[in-house]
Design a protein around this ligand. Structure first.
Ligand code: 13P
Length: 236
């Protein structure tokens, strides 16, 4: 199966000129670019082969200061929406319930949802603890949802932005567990699972060659177009 790369730019780059350049230089099939909201329209108009993604969404339109709605994203031709990223959970206090509402709104709108899950450092060397934690995140996020158009990104919090990625073996075990759990909770039997957390060209092939892993969610390395292009070559 073809593998997918999602570039999560987070709050980068600094300006529209840089965003346009980065989008042009990393535009490719099998790539989703998720820029910050102010750059969505420009990046969407720049890319010819990649798909457009959003890093977050709010489930409603109307009187919600600072929020961006599902229908607004849809009109910008956003196809993928990331929900529940650990940075949203941590810095913006997003609860499992919030993640659930966002996920349902994205699915109802017919867009693909990229649900991020992952355990913190307390479970780093504790596989059963990590499984229990992630299964709880999945169960809460998928409550009452159809799980249609669902992609799960497994991002152990301790591996994000640390230069210290998960081991491919552990990531594969967690991906298998996630597939099992989603299969039990919904009709989706073989949910695609991406790996995220300190993915670079040096380690990407190890994750991308695993049958359990359908691609990667890339932060830092997606901001360096030369580096990211090397990762893209691995999925073409
Ligand atoms: P890094 O690739 O910078 O570790 O970030 C991972 C991530 O959080 C992608 O969503």
């Amino acid at each position: 199966m073809a593998k997918l790369l999602i570039a999560n730019w987070k709050a980068n780059p600094e300006n529209l000129t840089e965003a346009r350049r980065l989008a042009r230089n990393t535009d490719s099939v099998r790539v989703v670019i998720a820029p910050p909201f102010p750059f969505l329209e420009t990046v969407g108009n720049t890319i010819k082969k990649a798909d457009l993604g959003s890093q977050d969404v709010f489930w409603s339109s109307g009187a919600y200061t600072g929020a961006v709605s599902v229908s607004q994203l849809k009109k910008l031709r956003v196809k993928y929406v990331i929900v529940g990223h650990s940075e949203r959970r941590r810095h913006f206090n997003e609860s499992n319930e919030t993640v659930n509402r966002k996920l349902k709104a994205v699915i109802d709108a017919g867009m693909k949802v990229v649900l991020c899950v992952g355990e913190g450092p307390e479970y780093r060397r504790n596989l059963s603890g990590a499984r229990t934690f992630v299964n709880h995140q999945l169960k809460s996020a998928l409550k009452g949802a159809s799980a249609k158009n669902l992609i799960v990104a497994y991002e152990p919090v301790w591996a994000i932005g640390t230069g210290s990625p998960d081991s491919p073996e552990h990531a594969a075990e967690m991906a298998a567990e996630i597939k099992n759990t989603v299969g039990r909770l919904s009709s989706q039997k073989d949910v695609p699972v991406l790996y995220g957390g300190s993915v670079t060209f040096r380690n990407a092939a190890r994750f991308l060659s695993l049958p359990e892993i359908s691609g990667a969610l890339v932060g830092g390395a997606s901001l360096d177009s030369r580096e990211f292009r090397k990762i893209i070559r691995l999925v073409l």
